[in-house]
Design a protein around this ligand. Structure first.
Ligand code: C5P
Length: 230
């Protein structure tokens, strides 16, 4: 049986035309799309509307991190765009995350609100620079627990982190996992990678996949092939 796990294809483009071209090669019955800082800064809300008009759910990956009131208002603006999911940095702290949640509670549309723990580009040295003395796993677990305490719906993390995170988090918590690589594809710049099937087995509830699909000569078939492994 084909598993119904959500896959968000990362539209990592600096222009609207390339993003629209990819959107038109995919089917909303196979995936949603992730719009991040690069594309949103270049193309603005109209690229969100374009994807939605084509039937795609949008994960607006802007990783808000600012004073609580600003993040609350930004989340409300995202909700007005009708996106499926939005995210904030857990490092922004409890007050900021609670304000974000409150902003969405007061909104008509209520996108899922996800906390980014530590970026996968952060290592122990970066933590030390930030003045954090905990080891990497303890800090990720600490931030994820705080995300749940603030009432958010899940975390963005590496699929490899789920085994130590899951026991202390709510049952219906979402684990949104990038760094996904089918067995025969290049790692690119990702360090901690997982195959789609291993990510699913680890407890991922949503997969974020970019280059294995967007750089393929046939993105539609590349996504279908990934789906067949799940
Ligand atoms: O091309 P690739 O599959 O590596 O794309 C992964 C996507 O997930 C990119 O848009 C990247 O910015 C995002 N991401 C990530 N690691 C995180 C958070 C987001 O790779 N920790």
């Amino acid at each position: 049986m084909i598993n119904n796990i959500k896959i968000f294809v990362a539209l990592d483009y600096s222009d609207e035309t390339s993003a629209c071209r990819l959107i038109n090669l995919l089917s909303p019955s196979d995936c949603g799309v992730k719009i991040g800082k690069e594309l949103f800064t270049a193309a603005g809300p109209k690229i969100v509307e374009y994807a939605q008009k084509k039937g795609f759910e949008v994960f607006l990956d802007l990783k808000y991190h600012d004073i609580p009131n600003t993040v609350k208002k930004a989340c409300q603006s995202a909700a007005r765009l009708g996106v499926y999911m939005v995210n904030v940095h857990a490092l922004g702290g409890s007050e900021m995350m609670i304000a974000a949640k409150e902003g969405l509670t007061q909104s008509k549309a209520k996108p899922l609100l996800i906390g980014v723990t530590l970026l996968t580009s952060h290592d122990q040295k970066n933590l030390h620079e930030m003045g954090v003395t905990k080891n990497l796993e303890d800090e990720i677990a600490h931030l994820a627990t705080n995300v749940a305490k603030c009432g958010l719906d899940g975390v963005v993390c590496s699929a490899n982190d789920i085994k130590f995170l899951k026991p202390s988090l709510p049952k219906n918590f979402h684990f949104v996992t990038p760094g996904i690589r089918p067995i025969d594809s290049s790692n690119d710049d990702q360090k901690r990678i997982t195959t789609p099937e291993d990510a699913l087995a680890s407890g991922s509830t949503m997969l974020v996949i970019g280059r294995p699909i967007t750089h393929s000569s046939n993105p539609y078939e590349a996504l279908k092939a990934i789906r067949r492994t799940l």
